[in-house]
Design a protein around this ligand. Structure first.
Ligand code: ADP
Length: 674
């Protein structure tokens, strides 16, 4: 073979190789360019993707922000999300405000921390999640605990959150504090605070949902300590039982039985001390079901007063019952607080009918007015004016009949203020006897006047014929003395003597009856002048007896001068007449050491008088001595007694037989008008 062939084949191979090389280069070039193209394409795509992601991301952020802002804007609701186990994932501003935790403090913790410990023990948080997971949504009302430990009643809505594949991804909680934020409740709270009593609002579970400042004060807790607590903590018995439904009745029924009635129970303060309270319940239909508003009044003061009254009653009852009169004790409002059996009898009521009644029912007029204060004076003053004085009023029995009574009031300081004890005496008998007495006195006076008139008229009219008898017997005595026989002389002497005595008697009788009828002429009288006048009238007697009459300084006083002279004259005359063997000595004196009267004395050294006659000698015609011993009619001292009594005075004697007598008489000191 030829080179040519070889050459041809080499040439062909070289060509082939060059061709292959060229195609390889072209391929490489194409590859390179397509790689570049691809890279460019990829880069563009990537850039586009990045841009899209960024746009998507910012959109997402924006919507998340909007969502967060939206949630935070809801201040009245706590809103948060948690994972299927209850771990908290998000937290809004409302949640922070209501529950007290900041987002930093709470995110990552379990929502069980919002439950009260007793609920945690019962497994309530897990139960809530279980129920929500099963039902998709769960709503409840319950107590929740804030970060500071305080409790509040909350309304809560739980929702289960699922992904698109339907797997449970977590939960959300929407909740709000029931004790706040509703306009009606704000108003209601205003009302609560305005109430004078402590007020708590309790739900049918017996938990406190609302309370006022007075309740805080009365029980010594702060609001946060009480909200959510069982009401049993402050009212251990009798309240919760009343509002909680039991097997046989609903809460509404249980409540209906209690509404409005004042229930007396015991309250317990934070410090453990107890005090008596009175409860008034009223139901409140709210969006959260029936709530019960309880007005709680501290009745320790009233209770103490009641015990005090009971004690006092015990103490005074014995006293009251021992009293002989009907007794009632009345307060300043005029209500009867106590009475005794006699009061029941007198007025015809039973005790229970009278206690608490107005005293006006039994003493219609004049009593209540006396003890009730009016504008111008206090009860105490009103009373002070009446105490002890016997006030005559009318009592009224249950049957309507009235009878005259006399009241004696006395005040009684007690814990309840001033009480008035009134002793009530039925004076119908006394009034009758008073009337009887007045009648008798009237009759007596009339008959006495008649008698005086008779004595005066008869003694006056007797004088005339007596004077005739006397003058003719005296004429007989004068003309025929010694001319008849001695018997006749004696008889005539007897007749003359009898006439003289009769004249004396009649004159004294006239003086006696005049002592009663002469009008009182009171003037300023010097007792000394009256005495001098009496001594002048007695001049002959004094001279004949050799009597010595002395006297102290005597006062001037308003009286009847003639009658005072008459008294002196009678007493001094007697002092001289009833003298002993010694020369008569008479002394007159006066003192006003006791009270407002003058006491005069006339003392002598005469015969004296035995004590048993001290009264009798002042009676008309009573004499201790016979006519043979001493002349007299037995009228002188009776006249003195009568005169002095008319002048408002009196007379008496002190004496010892053989030692002498002192006659005393008293006369009142009068002022100008009397
Ligand atoms: P009369 O002196 O007229 O008997 P009185 O009424 O004056 O009546 O006195 C009554 C009686 O009292 C007298 O009878 C006398 O017995 C007694 N009597 C009165 N004054 C005295 C006196 N001073 N001393 C003793 N007896 C007296």
């Amino acid at each position: 073979m030829s080179i040519n062939a070889e050459e041809i084949s080499v040439t062909a191979s070289v060509r082939e190789i060059a061709k292959r090389k060229r195609s390889e280069e072209a391929m490489q070039e194409a590859l390179n360019s397509s790689r570049t193209q691809l890279k460019e394409l990829a880069d563009t795509h990537l850039a586009q993707m990045e841009e899209g992601r960024q746009i998507a991301e910012s959109a997402l952020r924006e919507s998340e922000e909007k969502y967060r802002l939206l949630l935070d804007g809801i201040q009245n609701y706590a809103i948060f999300m948690m994972d299927p186990q209850g771990q908290i994932l998000s937290w809004n501003a409302g949640a922070e405000r209501i529950k007290g935790y900041s987002a930093d403090q709470i995110i990552g913790r379990n929502f069980a921390c919002f439950f009260p410990p007793e609920d945690i023990q019962l497994g309530r948080p897990e139960e809530v999640l279980r129920i929500t997971a099963a039902r998709g949504r769960h709503e409840e009302q319950g107590m929740r605990v804030r970060q500071d430990g305080s409790r509040f009643l909350a309304n809560l809505v739980f929702t289960a959150l699922h992904d698109s594949a339907g797997n449970l991804r977590g939960f959300s909680e929407f909740s709000h504090d029931l004790s706040e934020s509703k306009a009606s409740e704000v108003r209601y709270r205003g009302l609560l605070e305005a109430a004078p009593d402590a007020m708590v609002v309790v739900n049918v579970a017996g938990e406190i949902v609302l309370l006022n400042v007075q309740a805080e004060k009365q029980f010594g807790y702060s609001r946060h300590e009480l909200i959510g607590q069982k009401v049993k903590n402050i009212i251990p018995e009798g309240f919760a039982e009343r509002i909680i439904a039991d097997g046989t009745r609903s809460a509404a029924e249980a409540l209906a039985q209690q509404i409005g009635t004042g229930i007396e129970l015991i309250g317990r303060r934070k410090d453990g001390s107890q005090f008596p309270i009175e409860l008034m319940l009223s139901p409140l239909d709210s969006s959260e079901g029936i709530l019960v508003t309880a007005a709680i009044r501290d009745i320790s003061v009233r209770k103490a007063a009641e015990t005090h009254l009971a004690q006092m009653e015990g103490r005074y009852r014995g006293l009251l019952e021992a009293a002989p009169d009907a007794m009632v004790v009345v307060n300043v409002a005029g209500e009867i607080v106590l009475l005794n059996v006699r009061a029941e009898k007198e007025f015809g009521y039973s005790r229970n009918e009278l206690i608490g009644q107005k005293v006006k029912n039994i003493i219609p007029e004049g009593f209540a007015e006396r003890i009730i204060a009016d504008g111008a004076r206090s009860a105490a003053e009103a009373l002070a004016q009446q105490i002890g004085t016997g006030i005559e009023l009318s009592g009224r029995r249950k049957n309507g009949s009235e009878f005259p009574i006399e009241l004696m009031l006395s005040p009684l300081q007690s814990a309840e203020g001033i009480l008035v004890t009134a002793a009530i005496r039925d004076i119908s008998v006394r009034q009758k006897s008073d009337e009887h007495l007045a009648r008798t006195v009237g009759e007596l006076k009339r008959s006495n006047d008649e008698l005086q008139q008779f004595a005066y008229v008869s003694s006056h009219d007797l004088q005339e014929p007596l004077r005739m008898v006397a003058s003719y017997t005296q004429l007989l005595a004068k003309r025929y003395k010694g001319q008849l026989d001695s018997d006749a002389d004696e008889f005539i002497a007897f007749a003359v003597d009898g006439c003289n005595r009769m004249q004396g008697l009649i004159q004294d009788l006239l003086a006696y009856s005049r002592a009663g009828t002469n009008g009182k002429v009171f003037s300023e009288v010097s007792a000394e002048d009256a005495l001098q006048q009496a001594l002048t009238n007695l001049r002959i007697t004094i001279e004949q007896s050799g009597a010595v009459v002395s006297h102290d300084a005597l006062p001037a006083l308003r009286t009847d001068e003639t009658q005072l002279t008459q008294v002196f004259q009678n007493l001094i005359g007697n002092a001289i007449k009833y003298r002993s063997a010694q020369a008569p000595r008479v002394h007159v004196s006066a003192t006003n050491s006791v009270g407002n009267e003058w006491i005069f004395s006339v003392s002598d050294n005469g015969l004296g008088i035995a004590p048993q006659y001290f009264e009798r000698i002042f009676v008309l015609f009573q004499r201790l001595h016979g006519r043979n011993e001493f002349e007299g009619t037995g009228i002188g001292l009776a006249i003195c007694k009568k005169v002095l009594e008319r002048l408002g005075g009196r007379i008496w004697v002190e004496s010892q037989p053989e030692k002498g007598s002192t006659f005393y008489f008293a006369l009142p000191e009068r002022d100008e008008k009397s």
